[in-house]
Design a protein around this ligand. Structure first.
Ligand code: FES
Ligand code: FES
Length: 179
């Protein structure tokens, strides 16, 4: 049994303490916005906040999060209105979308620590992998979320035909529908 505070709610969960937090979030609690990519702390698709720090939930035992505040993409805002989610939608950041909940969680944690990050700050902090190569839009969206509006000029803005402009809230809806 492990008791976790996830997105402000307490959950008493009948899981082994060493069960990876990612599996607890997805398979036990049903919060499927957090994604499995590599399982070895390399890609960042499983990123969540634990006591405000961005961490990779695929390699953390559930017991690590006991007594701490866990926030997943579903808890970042109720309706996709977090400044990072709004900036993501504004810049049409997602392509396939798979990595994006982790990217948003990493960006939100960065902005909490550095409200006006430089490009170098973003490069250093945003180590999540995106197979679709959305890195330039991610950087632009982080600057927009920071209010620095450093989003013109060098940014290559690609319109993704296959994926609608979406925040991760939309990706969550797809997950909840069984995608
Ligand atoms: S799934 Fe956790 S870092 Fe890749
Ligand atoms: S948007 Fe496809 S992996 Fe990042």
């Amino acid at each position: 049994m492990v008791e976790l505070n996830i997105n402000g709610r307490s959950h008493k969960l009948d899981v082994e303490p060493e069960t990876p937090l990612l599996w607890v979030l997805r398979d036990v609690v049903g919060l499927t916005g957090t994604k499995y990519g590599c399982g070895v702390a390399q890609c960042g698709s499983c990123s969540v906040h634990i006591n405000g720090e961005v961490m990779r939930s695929c390699v953390l035992p559930a017991s690590f999060a006991a007594g701490k505040r866990v926030v997943t993409i579903e808890g970042l805002s109720r309706d996709g209105s977090h400044p990072v989610q709004k900036a993501w939608a504004q810049h049409d950041v997602p392509q396939c979308g798979y990595c994006q909940s982790g990217q948003i969680m990493a960006a939100a944690a960065l902005l909490r620590k550095k409200p006006k990050p430089t490009d170098a700050d973003i490069e250093e902090a945003m180590t999540n992998i995106c197979r679709c190569g959305t890195y330039q839009r991610i950087r632009a969206a982080i600057h927009t979320a920071a209010g620095s509006r450093k989003d013109g000029g060098s940014v290559i803005h690609i319109v993704d035909a296959a994926v609608p402009s979406s925040s991760v809230a939309a990706a969550d809806n797809r997950d909840n529908a069984g995608a």
